[in-house]
Design a binder for this molecule. Structure first.
Ligand code: SAH
Length: 214
């Protein structure tokens, strides 16, 4: 359940994110609406509004709020846009995108995690988010093209299939690099005529994007 205490803790988290440099008002607003404590095991609830990543099922993590806010800001989501997320995980990032007005499609390669998160999203009133059990390297050709694509796992190289599923004028945000080291946050914009512009935004650490379903 959400409470005034949790809302107060979210306000503090938002203040911390502003201090760390997040400026996008709509992203901050979205973060202040999503009850992060309901995306973690009960044992971690006390710490849900600390700006840190946490372990979730299947050896995966819920990203640090700063990272979620940073990636969401880079995507510049406009209401009504179709956004594909690779790495549903806990579903927290997907909810932030949904709060930004995106039509969210999200893929997860762990069946158990996918099913648990899909149920959670329904329970929390985020049933509009479309979740898929599958391999994110393939994207979702049936629903392409997408205005924006967000990869929330460390990706050794940008999958061509995902670039193909991006609309002209759209962008893809990805932590690029192999799993051991840190990864560089990259935004790739598909320009008119199908050329790509690459921008770099510093270093982060993610769990790896792996091939195949489990
Ligand atoms: N966005 C998530 C962060 C999850 S961590 C959140 O807000 O909680 C990254 C997730 O990507 C993990 O759940 C992992 O299982 C998933 N993942 C890794 N490789 C994948 C792939 N090829 N396709 C789909 N999901 C993948």
């Amino acid at each position: 359940m959400d409470s005034y205490r949790h809302k107060g803790l979210r306000k503090k988290l938002v203040a911390e994110l502003i201090q760390k440099g997040i400026r996008d008002e709509r992203v901050l607003e979205a973060i202040s609406r999503v009850p992060r404590h309901l995306f973690l095991d009960k044992a971690f609830e006390e710490w849900a509004y600390k700006d840190t990543a946490f372990a979730i099922d299947c050896d995966q993590t819920i990203s640090q709020p700063y990272t979620v806010a940073f990636q969401s800001s880079l995507l510049q989501v406009k209401p009504g846009e179709k956004v594909l997320e690779i790495g549903l995980g806990s579903g927290y990032q997907a909810c932030v995108l949904s709060e930004l007005g995106a039509k969210v499609y999200s893929i997860e390669r762990h069946k158990a995690l996918h099913d648990k998160t899909a149920a959670r999203l329904r329970d929390l009133g985020y049933g509009v988010i479309r979740t898929f059990y599958g391999d994110g390297y393939q994207g979702l050709p049936r629903f392409a093209p997408f205005d924006k694509i967000l990869i929330t796992a460390a990706c050794p190289e940008i999958p061509q299939a995902l670039l193909d599923q991006l609309k002209e004028g759209g962008c893809l945000v990805v932590p690029l690099g192999s799993d051991q080291e840190t990864q560089e946050m990259i935004r790739v914009t598909k320009e008119e005529g199908g050329t790509f512009k690459k921008e770099k935004f510093g270093y982060f650490r993610f769990v790896p994007m792996l091939h195949g379903k489990v």
